[in-house]
Design a protein around this ligand. Structure first.
Ligand code: T46
Length: 138
């Protein structure tokens, strides 16, 4: 299972650092939505779902957190996000959980689609069926 992590170009000078993200250049899709989470309470796990078509890039722009990715085929990876210049790509068909948020964590998400509840697969058994059916088609 391949994990795709981007190292964004950092523009630094004696004033500090700046990162610019452009769709189809730094980000492999059209950015239709941006959201972020902060003030995440200690011990909280978020996510617990996959998506039917949504692609995303997660950037922990402050603090740190971890992400568990599960491809529904028996493979899981745990990824640490702790650098504001690193972006984790998550494809639609990946079960995800976010956890171990530091108190000061700000997790920014760039998304390929507007918010649509119908795009979520929130039941793990349904997710496994979705992956199995995809395998039969392709
Ligand atoms: C994902 C992971 C990484 C909205 O109204 N609009 C939005 O764009 C989003 C993302 C959420 N919401 C509302 C829906 C819920 O009432 O905000 C509340 C919290 O959302 P949710 O429980 O889905 O948050 P997470 O952290 O479990 O998951 C989110 C994204 O929903 C999801 O697509 O991949 O972050």
């Amino acid at each position: 299972m391949q994990v795709v992590k981007y190292a964004f170009q950092q523009h630094g000078d004696d004033r500090g650092m700046l990162i610019a993200l452009e769709e189809y250049k730094d980000i492999p899709f059209k950015i239709q939505r941006v959201y972020y989470m902060y003030d995440t309470k200690a011990g909280v796990h978020r996510g617990f779902h996959a998506h039917k078509k949504l692609e995303q890039i997660l950037v922990c722009i402050h603090g740190s957190c971890k992400v568990l990715l599960d491809n529904g085929k028996g493979e899981k990876k745990r990824i640490s996000l702790e650098k504001p210049y690193e972006g984790l790509y998550i494809s639609n068909d990946m079960w995800r959980e976010m956890y171990d948020f530091s108190e000061d964590a700000v997790l920014l998400v760039l998304a390929s689609e507007p918010y649509e509840e119908e795009d979520y697969i929130r039941n793990y058994e349904e997710f496994l069926d979705f992956i199995a059916q995809k395998g039969e088609i392709y």
